[in-house]
Design a protein around this ligand. Structure first.
Ligand code: FAD
Ligand code: NAP
Length: 443
């Protein structure tokens, strides 16, 4: 077979979705060209999963390494795609037969509250990227005070709580939750990491405070409490005296403070629940009463949205727009990008992972979505005559970004980081800037 007989697939983003999709496409005889903003592959598996989950992270790194070893795979780290990136999506479309976008959800979601721009108000993802050593977040500082509010009740809220409780050892962490105790989204396993810091009398008081509202819509306060305290079974020993508690049925409406002192508190509004017309789901309604909580740090852990500057149309809630009537659906789901302005699919551009559905699911879900996205791409490729030559895109990348990093260089970096870790007697070492990584490669 000549070079040109193999379709050229450009995959943008080497997180779990992009990597597992790449594996499937490379196995299906495609030339896969992976472009990744970060020097290293892995996305949130490398820079999101909590830093001390060494076993899980090393297991995933091993898998990613073997995926990249495929001879049909061409990896280029330190290459950003987008309107302000090294290459635009439309340029890449000209040089590949098909493009799979797996850039994750890189935008941050805010509530537009007064005071959001005060010192010590952060979005969880920025803090997570910082403590996981992802440049340039690793080079910035995110100082915490002693009393921290985290808005949200998902696993990311617990990651930030874990960081504040077990690593920063702050005095108090308060999770501000807009719904009731039965609506928490975190898992028991994640709760078990900070369970021994949970103020149980305060939890009981919150269960009592929200009981009437819960019962009025058929929810069971005892079952909600039982789920939270079921984390006790595998609870980790506490390492700090941090007090951890929840404020349920609370909407944050104002962050109070000034630019000299930073945050000094938040104002929350009490909410109640109302049954929707379907008789099962509930809507949160404001009661008009407010409370002031004095504190010095606020972290939003309310999920992420996609990067609006990437070059694809987005919905108002921060997702890339998918074709509502897909030509290549997988399990009834659309993986095709869509332009609502002309009411047409963006031909040859597919989406998978958190780029398809922001902030949804674990690595296993991203893996499945990557596989499905790859299936959709293969179905599309079966309808066209591939005409691209991989060297065209590869040459363009290396010309535009001379500091792009190949898979062979990723292995060198890994060796350099392992050497540094053992020299410094650390469980893990990561270079904190792209320059440090490039310097290590130059050595
Ligand atoms: C804080 C946090 C902790 C988590 N912990 C766990 C856990 O413990 N266990 C678990 O199973 N799951 C965990 N998850 C979920 C898991 O990380 C995700 O399901 C998964 O990483 C999503 O994969 P993805 O490939 O869609 O996106 P991502 O992992 O976000 O990967 C996106 C990739 O695209 C690249 N990229 C972004 N923009 C561009 C661009 N413009 N041009 C080129 N490349 C670009 C990035 O460099 C990145 O490599 C966690 C998520 C978060 C946020
Ligand atoms: N260790 C792990 O396994 C791990 C760690 C981190 C992340 N993850 C995964 O990554 C995914 C994303 O996690 P996540 O925690 O970001 O998302 P999530 O699970 O969807 O939780 C987001 C939280 O923010 C709240 N929220 C959303 N919009 C809000 C608003 N406008 N005002 C107030 N609160 C708001 C949500 O409340 P509502 O329910 O009311 O919308 C919810 O409590 C999940 O699948 C998660 O399991 C896994």
């Amino acid at each position: 077979m000549t070079e040109k007989a193999h379709p050229v697939v450009a995959i943008i983003g080497a997180g779990p979705a992009g990597l597992y999709a790449a594996q499937q496409l490379a196995d299906s005889d495609c030339h896969v060209i992976l472009l990744n903003r970060d020097v290293k592959p892995g996305g949130l598996a490398e820079y999101g999963i909590f830093f001390d989950k060494y076993k899980m992270k090393n297991g995933l790194r091993k898998q990613f390494k073997s995926i990249l070893a495929h001879p049909n795979m061409h990896y280029f780290g330190n290459v950003s795609v987008g309107s302000n990136g090294d290459l635009t999506l439309s340029k890449i479309r000209e040089m590949a037969d098909v493009v799979l976008v797996t850039v994750g959800a890189q935008g941050t979601k805010w509530l537009g509250l007064p005071g959001e721009n005060l010192p010590r108000v952060y979005h969880a993802k920025d803090v997570v990227y910082h403590y996981n050593h992802l440049p340039p977040w690793s080079e910035r500082t995110y100082p915490f005070g002693r009393k921290v509010a985290i808005i949200g009740a998902g696993n990311v809220m617990l990651d930030i709580a874990n960081y504040a409780i077990r690593h920063l050892e702050v005095d108090e962490v308060i999770a501000i939750v807009r719904r009731d105790p039965s609506a928490v989204k975190f898992t028991r396993k994640e709760m078990s990491l900070v369970y021994n810091n949970l103020d149980l009398p305060a939890l009981d008081a919150e269960i009592e405070r929200t009981r009437l509202v819960m019962e009025s819509v058929g929810k069971e306060p005892e079952a909600a409490k039982a789920f939270i305290v079921s984390a006790e079974k595998r609870a980790q020993p506490a390492v700090s005296a941090t007090r951890f508690r929840f404020e349920f049925l609370s909407n944050t409406i104002h962050i109070v403070g000034n630019h000299e002192q930073g945050v000094t508190g938040i104002v929350t509004e009490d909410t109640s629940l109302q049954l929707r017309q379907d008789g099962t789901t509930t809507r949160s309604v404001s009661l008009g009463t407010t409370r002031f909580l004095p504190l010095d740090t606020v972290v939003f852990a309310i999920g992420d949205q996609v990067d609006g500057g990437f070059g694809l149309p987005t919905t108002e809630w921060g997702e890339f727009i998918k074709h509502p009537r897909p030509q290549f659906p997988i399990d009834g789901t659309s993986y095709e990008a869509f332009d609502p302005k002309v009411a047409r699919p963006i031909t040859g551009v597919f989406l998978a992972g958190w780029a398809r559905q922001a902030s949804t699911g674990l690595v296993g879900a991203a893996r499945k979505d990557g596989h499905n996205g790859a299936e959709a791409v293969l179905d599309y490729l079966a309808t066209i005559t591939p005409a691209s030559d991989p060297t065209t895109l590869i040459n363009a990348i290396t010309m535009i970004q001379p500091h792009s990093v190949t898979k062979a260089q990723i292995e060198q970096l890994e060796t350099a980081e392992q050497t540094a870790a053992s020299e410094q007697n650390l469980p893990e070492f990561k270079f904190d800037s792209n320059q440090a990584m490039l310097d290590a490669l130059a050595e």
